[in-house]
Design a protein. Sequence first.
Length: 276
Amino acid sequence: SQTPQNHSTSFGICYCLKTLSHTFVHWCSSPCLSKIGCSSSKGAGAAQAKEEVNQAVVPATDNNAGAADRALAQLRLIFDKIDANADAAISKAELSKALDADTSLVDLIKDAGFNTTFSVLDQLDTNKDGHITWDEFRSHLKVQAVAEIEANTDMKAAELPAKEKALAQLREVFKGIDANADAAVSKEELSAALQKDQRLKDLIKDADLNPEFSVLEQLDTNEDGKVTWEEFETNLYKAAVQEVKATGDVAAALPALDETNEPAKQPEVIVEGETS
């Protein structure tokens, strides 16, 4: 027979276990934790759990928020690079070609937990419509992208897309400054552009140049009084690549925004002798 002391101890243990069990079930059923796959409901499949982890709410800090923003910018560069026809969806042929051309893309998808040797599109195509949208691409790969950013600052698969986009957008910046389209930027053209667009000043500053003093002289490598495309690219390309990796774009290449964050209207050009 059990002594009164042992009986009291057993009762206390059972009560504690029951209380802990009830608390755990209540805790896991909270709305916040249900987002990371902790739920008292049964039958959640592995695929659903994986998707819920990708959508988990992480406490915001400057570090992880910055990593998440950088990861999304670089994921978008990768997506756009794969989407060769720019129709906002990746086809099976486009994905197959990209995987064959870039082992770093293969590694990214594999590290995200997918089988890269069999029907990759089917695994990423959540709604099974035969192509991958940006939302599907992002939801499946964001967690791995953030992890790679936190470990290495940049994603290896984003390196080539970032360089290509930076070069193309830097070319647009140059063409925008070269008002008379003579393939060279004069001191007057550069001065006008700098006065009009703070983003150009920021780009020059990021290239370790002084945007407030003799900018043309700093860019004019051969000292002939003008800046050619080659000189412009040589001095600003690295800064442009870093900006694209961080935000997805060279800001100075984008349409200027007014105070309402809408594209600023360009002044109407009136040609002499022309009537409206």
